[in-house]
Design a protein around this ligand. Structure first.
Ligand code: MG
Length: 375
């Protein structure tokens, strides 16, 4: 079996990037790369596709290394290039599963669970009024989610976005928001708070200390991601669990973070961190330190379902992000419907990715740029 074509398409309004790999035997694999300007064009860049055309798609790890090596030689290693590689890698696994007649999770070592617990990212209240935050939380909870996330960074009037400072009023507001959410939700519903890297360690530590009595599931990305020692210092200074990882690439990118135990939980985004097998490697690295694996995910349904295979196949998975509640394009992109039930996704037993792209829906959402899998 040989790869004869690699194609992509960019969707709208949310710019999800789909990848399609076609073989000489007519088998087609679908994947999704983390969205971003030009990612769909990188997927079909010859420097990348030259590593694939004519090759056996079932040699997934070898082809991942070949793509990585060729792009490194061109001076590109992470960022949008690794996103493109990640989406292609998922499509290769889809083919490998279909041709062997088993789900991808089987090829990744088998499964630990039959259902993947999903948390809903609510972003923020409809207004600054804390009542609107609680109302949104309770509405999402009533729809079956027992893990819910809010962002605490989008507030107005941050005094100076460059020095990461927060006013005392904002610190108090962050504490009041989380306290009201915690009190408004069922005690068995887990609450997660995301800081989006914007805060100074001293300011956000005040928030994290105040959160200690709220029993949060985690406080995510409290400070910028680059300085692992600063992250470790913060993590060690509070019993509020600290989560980070969506801006790291490949298992090597997680090595310092995990080995220094600089976070209590890691949140790699597999549609950009290197795909499914690299996701398994990251999870296994974390598991050596008993660190839970909770993938960041803002993919459409293709990428989301691809990541469930890793979530099923690693012991330390706890939660998978879901970002697009009530998004009709998300819901219509696959033939399979109602994928999330009671805050969980059933692990598929069908070969490969285990889901089928709704071609008409995807074509309707496709941006007329490279065309619909024509590039
Ligand atoms: Mg986040």
């Amino acid at each position: 079996m040989k790869i004869i074509k690699v194609a992509s398409c960019l969707l709208s309004p949310f710019p999800w990037v789909l990848v399609k790999v076609t073989t000489d035997e007519g088998l087609v694999g679908i994947g999704e790369a983390y969205h971003g300007a030009g990612v769909h064009q990188i997927v079909v860049d010859q420097r990348l596709t030259n590593a694939l055309i004519g090759e056996d798609p079932r040699n997934v790890d070898k082809l991942f290394k070949d793509m990585q090596r060729r792009m490194s030689a061109s001076g590109f290693y992470q960022g949008a290039v690794m996103s493109a590689i990640s989406g292609i890698e998922m499509a290769l696994w889809d083919i490998a599963g279909q041709t062997t007649g088993v789900p991808i999770w089987q090829l990744l070592g088998g499964k630990f669970r039959d259902r993947i617990r999903v948390y809903n990212d609510c972003h923020a209240g409809d207004t600054d009024s804390i009542d609107t935050w609680v109302a949104k939380a309770k509405e999402v909870e009533s729809r079956g989610f027992d893990a819910i996330k809010f962002d605490i960074d989008p507030l107005p009037d941050q005094r100076d976005r460059y020095n990461r400072g927060i006013s005392n009023d904002h610190i108090a507001y962050y504490i009041d928001v989380a306290t009201a959410l915690r009190e408004g939700l069922d005690s068995n519903t887990d609450l997660l708070i995301d800081g989006h890297w914007k805060h100074s360690p001293t300011d956000i530590l005040q928030v994290a200390k105040a959160y200690e009595s709220l029993d949060l599931y985690w406080l995510e990305d409290p400070i910028p991601p680059e300085n692992i020692d600063a992250m470790a210092r913060l993590t060690n200074a509070t019993s509020t669990p600290i989560c980070t990882g969506e801006n790291f690439y490949t298992a090597h990118g997680f090595r310092d973070l995990v080995e220094k135990q600089a976070a209590d939980i890691i949140s790699p985004d597999l549609a950009k961190a290197g795909g499914l097998l690299e996701g398994r490697k990251i999870a296994d690295l974390a598991d050596l330190y008993y660190i839970p694996f909770c993938p960041h995910n803002i993919c459409g349904p293709v990428g989301t379902m691809a990541v469930t295979h890793v979530c099923a196949a690693v012991p330390n998975f706890q939660l998978l992000e879901f970002h697009h509640l009530d998004n009709e394009v998300w819901s219509g992109l696959l033939i399979e419907q109602d994928l999330i039930q009671d805050g969980h996704i059933d692990v598929t037993t069908r070969p490969g990715l285990g889901v089928t792209l709704n071609i008409d829906a995807a074509q309707t959402a496709c941006v007329d740029d490279l065309g619909f899998f024509e590039g």
